[in-house]
Each structure stands twice: as C-alpha cells, then as structure tokens.
Design a protein around this ligand. Sequence first.
Ligand code: 5GP
Length: 304
Amino acid sequence: MSDSRRPPEVDRAAASRRAVAARRERAALKRDVSTRVITPQELLRRGLADPLSAAGAMRVTEFLTAIPAIGESKRDRILASLGISPVKRLGGLGSRQRDALRAYLDSRWPEPGPREGRSRLVVLAGPTAVGKGTVAAHIKEHFPEIHLSVSATTRAPRPGEVDGEHYYFVDDAEFDRLIASGELLEWATVHNAHRYGTPREPIERVLSAGGTALLEIDLQGARQVRAADPSATLVFLLPPSWDELVHRLVGRGTEDADERARRLRTARTELAAQNEFDYRVVNDEVARAAAEVVALAARRPDVG
Ligand code: 5GP
C-alpha cells in the first residue's frame, strides 16, 4: 500500500481500539455460553438478528468451541457434516446453514419450553448472588396479592430482621421437630451452614383459596418442591452475563483466591441447573425482572 492510500494514523488507532473492543465482546459472549448464562441457540439468534453485532461477527468455529463438550476435532466434524465452511461467521450463514445448525443444536441441547398445567405455587431460584432476595422483596412490596413465603431458619437474625416477617428464627431442636412432624414442604442446608425450610401450612392455605404463593429458596429446595408438586412453576433467575455474576459474587474483592475460586465453581454448577426450570428470567433490572416473575406467576394453570 502506498503512503497516500494508507489510512491516517488516528483512523488506524481508532480502528484497532474498535477491534480490541469487538474481540472482548465476543470473548464475553463465549463465556456466557460456556458458563450456560445463555444457550447456544440464543447466541445464534442474536448473531442472525444483527450480523454487525459481536455475535454476528463471531466465526462458527469460535461459536461451537464455546459450547461445553465440543472440542476442536468434534467442531470440525460437525461443520463438515452440516456443510458449513469454518470461515463463516454467524451473521453470514445462509438460510440452509442456519436451519442445519439450529436443528443440530436443538437435537443435542434442547431448550426447555414451558410445561403445561403450571400451578400457582411459584418457586424463584438461581445462582448465589444473582439477586433473588432483592427481586422477591420488590415483589412483596409492589405486588401484595402474591403471598411471599416466610421460611424457618436456624441462622441468627441479622440486624433489622424481624421474626415472623423475614424468617421464623428457630433453634436446631425446633427445626428437627418441624421436619419430623412433616410441617415443612421442603428444607435444605444452605452454604454448608444453616438449615432453611418452607412451612407447608400457609402455602396450602393460599393455594386452596386460589391465591399465588412465591417461594424464594435455593436449588435443592426447588428440586424438592418439584418432586412434591410436579405442577409447581419453577423460575430461574439469571444474571445478565457471566461477567456481571462474577462482579456480584466477588466484586468487593474481600475474599482470598481460594474463596473466589470456590464461589465461581459453585456459580457454574448452579447455572447448569437452569434447564430443570420452566422459565428463565434475566435480572438485568430489579423492577423489570420482578414484573416478569409476577406475569409468569399470574398465568392460569390451564394456559400452560
Ligand atoms: P440468607 O441467609 O442470605 O437469608 O439466605 C441464604 C439462602 O437460603 C438463599 O439462597 C435463600 O434462597 C435460601 N433460602 C431461604 N429460605 C429457604 C427455604 O425455605 N428453603 C430453602 N431450600 N432455601 C432457602
């Protein structure tokens, strides 16, 4: 290229900054897929919707290896069998290639759809630090028609927490008694520390009166509720991105390296549970996420 055709210095600097930013954005998206914050299908949808976006500019090779369980040789076999050239970008796939890729993803990692016949027993769960408590508190304040369950716990009250309002604070002997007498709908030891459980009776009262009950509980509890009542509506709260979850988990940086690593491992495992849920709601903004949970809770049992 002759000097006269070379772009001016400032343009080149700006272009290289843009390239770095785009690479970073693609890396963040790949992390969201590998940590299961978003499904591969969702990333493909974004890429197809806007070929100029970070998702659209992603090569199919990068896309496939971001999916847990796909290595480089498997990736190459998949691309060959789907008739897609490795240099293709998501935004540049032809219609037959899109269909083939979508069909392949759906066959291997089906996206859970809402199940039929959901009840008005609604469970809100999600990874640690995603903000379940804040969303539940917002619902309690702004949607009083929804009954927010008050759990029993063996942990001590924090400053400002009121017995019977935030939790029923009980000792170990009382918790043992609640379990033995079948008074808990579910219970679990959370973070290897204290026991938490949902009193059964208030929930049954609300449901039999045609009301909606919301449980903000951990994943083990959500699984028990599903086992006890397969028609319960299970909602999984997701962070807007993996980076955002990491920020919320270790943002203050007060933990040592081992503790950070432990929390991130737990978060990955917790995110992997999302496919067991009927609905997924992104906690990008508390009021919006709360409204979406309420809308799901209000769906009639026969609407599905
Ligand atoms: P915290 O001690 O911060 O109030 O709550 C810790 C965790 O316990 C949260 O993840 C919350 O979802 C969970 N949790 C609160 N109540 C219950 C419950 O009744 N059952 C179960 N399984 N988990 C609960």
